[in-house]
Design a protein around this ligand. Sequence first.
Ligand SMILES: [Zn+2]
Length: 575
Amino acid sequence: MINGNRRINLRAIGVGAAMLVAVALVVNSFSTDAISRFKALESRKLQSIFSWINPATTPTRASDFAIKRYNLDLHIDPSTKRISGRARLDILFTSDTLRTISLNMADSLTPISVESENAALRFVHVANHLMVKLQRPYKADSHFELTISYEGSPSRRGLAFDEHMSTPMIYSYGLPFTAQHWFPCKDAPADKADSADITITVPTPLVAASNGRLARTTTNNDGTTTFYWWVRYPIYPDVISLAVTNYATFTLPYHYNDSLEAMPMTFYVYPEDLEKAKQQFRILPEMMKHHVAVFGEYPFIKEKYGVAEFAKASFREHQTLPSFAAKLITGGRESDWILAHELAHQWFGNCISVKNWSHIWLNEGFANYAYALWKEDTEGEEAYFNLLRSWDKDEFDGSVFIKDPTNKDALFSETTFQKGAWVLHMLRHVIGDEAFFNAVRSYVKTYAYKSASTEDFETVCEREYGRPLNWFFKEWVYGVNRPFYQYTWEVMPGADRNTVELTINQTQSDPAAFEMPIDVVIKTEKGENKFVIWHKSTCQHFEFSVEGVPERVELDPEGWILKKVRQGEPFGRER
Ligand SMILES: [Zn+2]
């Protein structure tokens, strides 16, 4: 991962070597931009810096500390497209050895001061990292508070200044590694803080929407308004949201606890889209009930669920307040899949975040699959299978597990979204509905407010299924391609019943054979006979006894397996 590489580079710096060697190594390790920054530093400054950034003696490992709370106080100036902010971070040490702290902070931001315990701390900001020298050693399990004042024109990757109807529209778009473009943080999905306070000051009458609960707003005497958002559930930086414009709002109730209590579903939309949004989002309380029935109670029930309209032609699952493109607000039903998908991310992605981005299919696959389940629930089985079929690309690029978690194109692809959903669909058929839905609920319960990996999910599924599933995950999550089944069948007539002899070959080259249960449906004039066979080698023979004369033999006719299938010339269809 980015952080890791940079860390290694920094750690490679000195190890007691002469200052010039250290500088050369650092310069080699960073981008041209960073090199010019280094060159611009006076040698006296360099000496002073490198006297304490010596990773040999002052390790900066991100695993040596955790940020337990983000307290962000941001002032947004749409006229200059700049922000100024103060980030107060509650840091928990997890080792005794830390002497410097390295945070992710984009170069487009400028730190003004770094303080702790009423003292200014020394820092270096380079190559998107803010390195802060600690005043004194801290024991493991002790906390300290770090306050970073900063300003800058954030890159659009993190925080964009846009507009609609000539009104400013400022938004975050929380993809991996984007939070660092607007506040200093540990920018990784497993690095969850226990809570966050997000205070946003904007020119009146703009409205600032964010995660959690709106604790209060204050009108200031300088023509600005401050919005105080409190998050009291674990949250990781990339799903912290900021959405600012002249929002109109409306609320729908989600009744829970046998309808005794209601949580607000609050929507922040452009005034010109209010009526369309009311029409379009009124489905959400029903979707919420569906997801809750399948996955368990909404994980942020003491806060809210909502949607914030934003200027980007996309959508993103910010915790308790996904962002939704203005152009998708039509008043119609065509973006229901996005509404169901983003809502499902509150369980899969936010409540359970991934241990690292390699496992992103656990977010995207589940979010897509949740929509398929909603479809099945509201429109029936045929609609469910048709949807899955529409997600079957003949060839998916790469594996569902993403080997390079910094490759954003691979992270957000048809493979992680569509094939990711197919993995769950196939798993459901392999282990059966009861074990599958128990496993999903058990996964949510076990990893709620924590982070999980593919192996964690596999373990939960194996527990419910009672048998190993590593073969399944190896084939479908870590592997590529699909089985190509070619089959032939013939009938051996019997006195009372007929025997169908079925031969199935797998003809793909990689892997030589997939192991999968396959539904075999044999149609006779007396009806349909369904069998399940376990296919796991290139060529296998099966025999089935049926009543009546077989007319058709089909493999997996409903579509439970990502496959290609071809029937060879039948021979000996004796009647
Ligand atoms: Zn998603």
